[in-house]
Design a protein around this ligand. Structure first.
Ligand SMILES: [Zn+2]
Length: 259
């Protein structure tokens, strides 16, 4: 009984210590990783992807296009000073992802099918995921679930802070190598990234109407293609997110118009 109470106390302590208020959204987030470690975690995970995937491109026409649009967006975002890096994965897949610390990847099928403004909507969305620390939040949730399952073992087995973080980086890297499919963002995180991402694209001078247009096009491509649309399958229904974006369009257009 005493041991159980001890574990409960440890977990309560951790939970309260790890709840932070996001400075952009004002939402409370449960995150066990300090923001100061986002860069190291993301970079290590990105290196893992580069090592394990032979289709990663860091130069060439597509990379230049993604970088040009991406940099224009992050410059007016809430975190222009992250070490932003944009890569292309040359695979016929409709997908994109972001790692902690601002490491963003877009797959070539996405690039080939989108206009600059639609691509800006994708990059705004992914930049928002990194800025809002959704990856770190997902990892923390998974960790907490594991802690709840493993219970005493995890508490007793807890190693030093450094060892714990090293283990975390390896886990994150292998998840990223799989396109993060093992750990999809929650529906709310997706809607949050849509909202903040559309604000960023509007600030950068891209017409925010392209955000709704992007999801209509994605729905069409999804119907037509036989591939695995991971970017879509882990996201809320297209109708719902288009309705949300359209509903706030006056707000986005005001930002676009008032630059
Ligand atoms: Zn997303």
């Amino acid at each position: 009984m005493r041991i159980k109470a001890f574990i409960a106390a440890c977990m309560a302590l951790c939970l309260s210590a790890c709840v932070t208020t996001n400075e952009v959204t004002g939402r409370s987030q449960f995150i066990t990783i300090p923001a100061s470690q986002d860069e190291e975690l993301g970079l290590q995970a990105l290196n893992e992807v580069k090592k394990s995937n032979g289709n990663v491109r860091t130069s060439g026409r597509d990379v230049e296009r993604v970088r040009r649009i991406g940099e224009r967006i992050v410059r007016v975002s809430d975190k222009p000073d992250l070490n932003w890096e944009f890569i292309v994965i040359d695979e016929p897949v409709l997908n994109a992802w972001a790692l902690p610390g601002g490491k963003v990847a877009v797959y070539s099928k996405m690039i080939d099918n989108l206009t600059d403004e639609e691509l800006a909507a994708v990059l705004g969305h992914e930049a928002a995921h990194a800025i809002l620390r959704h990856g770190a939040e997902q990892v923390s949730r998974a960790q907490a679930q594991q802690l709840a399952i493993v219970g005493l073992g995890a508490v007793v087995g807890a190693t030093t802070e450094n060892e714990k973080n090293a283990q975390l980086a390896v886990a994150l890297g292998s998840m990223a190598a799989q396109g993060f499919v093992a750990l999809p963002h929650s529906r709310n995180m997706e809607l949050e990234a849509d909202h903040v991402g559309t604000i960023y694209m509007a600030r950068a001078g891209y017409n925010p109407r392209a955000a709704a247009q992007l999801w209509r096009k994605m729905a069409r491509l999804k119907e037509g293609g036989g591939d695995q649309p991971t970017f879509l399958s882990t996201h809320p229904s297209d109708d719902k997110r288009i309705a949300r974006i359209e509903g706030r369009m006056p707000e986005y257009l005001a930002i676009y118009g008032n630059r």
